[in-house]
Design a protein around this ligand. Structure first.
Ligand code: UDP
Ligand code: MG
Length: 325
């Protein structure tokens, strides 16, 4: 195989504080890989501005002006991490043999990219970056993340522990990922479904280089919930099972009450009555809410709205260079 053309895709939302350092480090990685003939000289990075409100786009434009191998994509409005990443991946796959995705904040180890590329040369289509040491994350983040991975596994979802969206994917992987057409994006759950040869590379997770997390608790919980309900119907089955058990229970309770009445036992029932009314009411509401969640998902999928709108595109030159070389 000729040396592959690599694109590093970086979703960026209000990342002006880290971006210069990120571009600097990723450039060094690209340069070194090119020098060692592991990737083609036309390899680039693609910074996707996810509707930032700070100077992120202005920075991307100036980096692009200075170095044509720094390219950019500006989304018309904030589409969210997963959609921004998908926008970049789908753009990059048109002219790349493999694509690495990495967050802008340098929490993931840029040096691991070299190992990803080596694995790609060994014939792997997907290389998952796996966080070995998460001590840089807060205890809360670690604990909730572990709970989430355990829950997903228990629900039968194939997910890689401690892998976020730091990975390499080959062009054919991305071509197949494109066919998914899902609106409720949860990429780290979708990629393993593709089934191409894959492997893992371990690295230590670092602290954010600068700036604040763009994933506040509210967004993180919504993302986790999305992941669960997009990949598993077990929660809804659990509700059905609970309904069934309650039904059986109520049959026995009914028999007990009727028999009790017939043998003349005193049915002092107000407390138990009111408790069960509330209990069953609560369970029903919960069940309805959960069913509503799934219906809401279907509603979103049925509409098939585009996940992102591209406003500006600075990839033309890179794409031409890669295709003519
Ligand atoms: N991000 C994005 N759009 C958003 C939120 C985040 O493109 O709406 C990007 C962000 O710039 C970063 C990556 O997604 O490159 C991961 O976000 P962050 O590091 O804040 O999340 P955390 O590591 O705290 O989970
Ligand atoms: Mg981060």
């Amino acid at each position: 195989m000729a040396t592959p053309n690599l694109t590093i895709v970086v979703p960026c939302y209000n990342e002006e504080e880290v971006l210069p350092e990120t571009v600097f480090r990723l450039s060094a990685v690209l340069d070194a890989l090119i020098a060692d003939n592991l990737i083609a000289g036309t390899s680039t990075m693609l910074l996707v501005d996810d509707g930032s409100k700070d100077a992120t786009w202005a920075l991307i434009e100036s980096f692009h002006a200075a170095n044509s191998f720094v390219t950019g994509l500006k989304l018309a409005k904030n589409a969210g991490h997963q959609s921004a990443l998908l926008a970049g991946l789908m753009k990059a796959k048109a002219y790349s043999d493999c694509v690495v995705s990495i967050d802008a904040d340098l929490q993931d180890d840029t040096d691991a990219i070299r190992e990803f590329v080596v694995k790609f040369h060994e014939g792997f289509d997907i290389v998952y970056g796996v966080r070995q040491d998460r001590s840089a994350d807060t205890f809360f983040k670690r604990a909730t993340a572990q709970g989430f991975y355990k829950l997903m596994t228990a629900l039968g979802v194939k997910i890689h522990y401690n892998h976020a969206d730091f990975r390499l994917m080959s062009k054919r992987t991305l071509d197949n990922l494109e066919k998914f057409q899902e609106v409720n994006l949860f990429l780290r759950g979708m990629v393993p479904l593709l089934g191409f040869p894959s492997t893992q590379v371990y690295y230590d997770r670092k602290e954010r280089f600068a700036g604040e997390s763009k994933y506040p608790l509210r967004k993180m919980l919504a993302f986790a919930f999305d992941g669960i309900t997009s990949f598993s119907v077990t929660p809804i089955r659990f509700v059905t099972l609970m309904g069934f058990l309650l039904f059986i229970l109520s049959v026995f309770a009914g028999i007990y009450a009727v028999v009790g009445k017939m043998v003349g036992a005193n049915v002092t029932g107000w407390t138990s009555l009111i408790v069960s009314v509330w209990f069953i009411g609560g369970v029903q509401l919960l069940a309805l809410g959960l069913i509503g969640e799934y219906i809401g998902k279907i509603y979103k999928e049925v509409k098939q709205r585009p996940l992102f709108v591209i406003e500006k595109d600075l990839t033309e030159q890179a794409s031409n260079a890669a295709q003519t070389s």
